[in-house]
Design a protein around this ligand. Structure first.
Ligand SMILES: Cc1ncc(C[n+]2csc(CCOP(=O)(O)OP(=O)(O)O)c2C)c(N)n1
Length: 579
């Protein structure tokens, strides 16, 4: 019998000896590796926290003592030890989510997947505990990378004046997804090098107590350290030095690749290289390279996800024109638009879900000031990801901010035409939402995007389909489906997400019975509703297709497309019904 077979709840590991706990760590690590190698997932973050998780559950009494994981991408060992090991058995991999969830276990308190929230969440729990007369330790576990997010600093600053029990474990593995950036990191290095005794200490300066554990992958050392801070009556930081990917050589050797990995061969760590082909990413990288070569003071900015757009290859060639700002989405926008104010040409790259962090900066800084920064949004689509990583809210979020020219190319040629226009003008900030359904080629009839002009690609009758960005392709397929019923639909490529081409819309309304809008995102406050609102006075019917305003948790995209009628057949049948 393995040790893990005897562990169904954290209480089951309380009586294990030091040797048994070490053996348990090996079993937990093997189980994590088995699952992530088969279905993909976060590898290095989980392998690095196996010992910490075991020590936490040995020393503390979860769920009375509350462990709050930052991002919670490192919570797989915690799930294994808190009654969810079945989710790591083939056939049940998808029974559990990839992050913590209070709906999944009494040992989880929050559904999170974005970084830097744990200290604020722990502060709230700790304050509530004291107000309600409850007991127990509250423990936040935050990575060194996640400390670069402003929210983490805001929470530490508040913790500095908190008078009660709060334990902040800084899990320092010297890595974010990629390398860390910012002045905090040489500082953490000095703390590590001095075994926690360096005179300058950001945590004590903010008013928290501080302890350091060098051997962050030693269960014994961790138990000793955790016992020393257990039941503290004031906020304390326990800074531990761990190794990302610990115990699996390929993940230790290539920490960035194994932060999150698609399925891989366990023996070698090799992943399927995929089929090389055209990509919008490479086109943008080439475009930026040409601009830098021709003397443009361009800066490619990203917030700790260089892999999103393969920006490291650009950085290697143009180090002065590249900036990873750490997990600082807010800063990236304010700083980027100020670069534009100063005459530089920023290209700010964001993943839709993380850009949510920077809503005020998009509005208050970028849009109000109108400097010509360019924001490139990836992942702004209906996706099958976890609840915390839905990309489908980009359109509603960005399209309702004034002053932003928010563009949706449908092809490589349009993307390049938009970039040409955006970099040549200095009047406005521009946001470009990348289409995500493979590279398309369609010549760009527009070269000036300063005023909204729709591209009417096919002239038909009765039905006009407006396929926005990556969904233009779906519009073509829906039109082909309608043709089977004898209807030749007009096809329109709107190009503009937030501004309406009112002339084109009024003309379409005069000449068609039904206008169909297709968008790869939540309908509420989105593109189609703007069209419907504008045409409310006219006789034409407007049918909006897109996602419902709801959080989905790892629902396959195909299922979502069925639910939202985003297939050519379902669109055609809805249109036929409305005629
Ligand atoms: C707001 C936000 N921005 C970006 C990300 C993507 N992301 C996930 S984990 C991570 C790095 C976290 O580094 P660290 O806290 O050191 O944890 P580690 O993975 O090294 O254990 C990033 C940038 C995110 N989840 N949330």
């Amino acid at each position: 019998m393995t040790i893990l077979e005897t562990i169904n709840q954290p209480a089951d590991l309380k009586t294990l000896t030091s040797n048994q706990l070490e053996a348990l760590a090996d079993e937990v690590r093997a189980l994590v590796l088995d699952k992530v190698s088969k279905v993909g997932g976060h590898v290095g973050p989980n392998l690095g926290t196996v010992e910490l998780t075991i020590a936490l559950h040995k020393v503390f009494n979860s769920p009375i003592d509350k462990i709050v994981w930052d991002v919670s991408h490192q919570s797989y060992p915690h799930k294994i030890l808190t009654g969810r090991k079945n989710g790591f058995v083939d056939g049940h991999f998808h029974d559990i989510t990839g992050y913590t969830s209070q709906h999944e276990s009494e040992h989880d308190f929050f559904t999170v997947g974005h970084t830097s929230t744990s200290i604020a969440n722990a502060m709230g729990l700790a304050h509530a505990r004291d107000l309600t007369g409850a007991t127990g330790n509250v423990i936040a576990v935050i990575g060194d990378g996640s400390l670069s997010g402003g929210l983490a600093f805001e929470a530490l600053n508040n913790a500095g004046e908190f008078d009660g029990n709060l334990i902040v474990i800084v899990n320092d593995n010297e890595m974010s997804i990629a390398e860390n950036h910012g002045g905090l990191y040489p500082h953490l290095a000095k703390l590590r090098e001095s075994n926690g005794t360096a005179a300058n200490n950001i945590f004590t300066s903010l008013g928290l107590d501080y302890h350091y554990i060098a051997a962050g992958n030693s269960i014994d050392a961790l138990i000793t350290g955790l016992e020393s801070v257990k039941d503290t009556t004031k906020p304390v930081v326990l800074h531990i030095h761990t190794e990302k990917g610990h115990g699996y050589a390929p993940a230790v050797a290539n920490k960035e690749k194994f932060h999150w990995s698609a399925p891989f061969e366990l023996a070698t760590g090799l992943t399927n290289p995929g089929t090389p082909g055209e990509s919008y990413t490479e086109m943008i990288l080439d475009y930026m390279g040409e601009k830098v070569d021709s003397g443009m003071p361009l800066v490619a900015i990203n917030a700790a996800i260089p892999g999103l757009m393969n920006l490291k290859s650009f950085a290697a060639k143009y180090p002065k024109n590249y900036k990873d700002v750490g997990i600082a989405e807010q800063y990236s926008i304010t700083y980027g638009q100020a670069l534009a104010a100063g005459g530089a040409r920023p290209f700010i790259f964001h993943n839709s879900t993380f850009l949510q962090r920077a809503y005020d900066q998009l509005s208050h800084d970028l849009a109000i000031n109108e400097y010509p920064a360019i924001v490139i949004v990836k992942g702004g689509v209906i996706n099958g990801s976890d609840k915390t990583h839905q990309g489908s809210m980009a359109i509603g979020m960005i399209s309702n901010i004034p002053n932003l020219v928010y563009l949706a190319p449908t092809s490589a040629e349009e993307l390049l035409a938009m970039l040409d226009w955006a970099t040549a003008q200095t009047a406005q900030p521009v946001v470009i939402q990348l289409p995500e359904h493979g590279v398309e080629h369609r010549s760009s009839r527009l070269t000036d995007f300063s005023k909204p002009v729709y591209d009417v690609i096919e002239n038909g009758a009765d039905v006009a389909i407006l396929g926005l960005g990556g969904f233009y392709n779906l519009a073509e397929k829906a039109a082909a489906e309608l043709e089977k019923s004898g209807i030749k639909a007009s096809l329109v490529n709107p190009l503009f997400i937030s501004q309406l081409d009112e002339t084109a819309l009024l003309e379409l309304a005069k000449t068609h019975k039904v206008i169909v809008t297709l968008e790869d995102g939540v309908l509420d406050g989105g593109f189609g509703q703007k069209v419907a609102g504008f045409l409310g006075q006219s006789d034409v019917k407007v049918l909006n297709f897109g996602a419902k305003k709801e959080f989905n948790d790892s629902v396959p995209v195909a299922e979502l497309y069925q639910r939202y009628h985003l297939t050519p057949e379902l669109i055609a049948s809805d249109v036929l019904e409305s005629l």
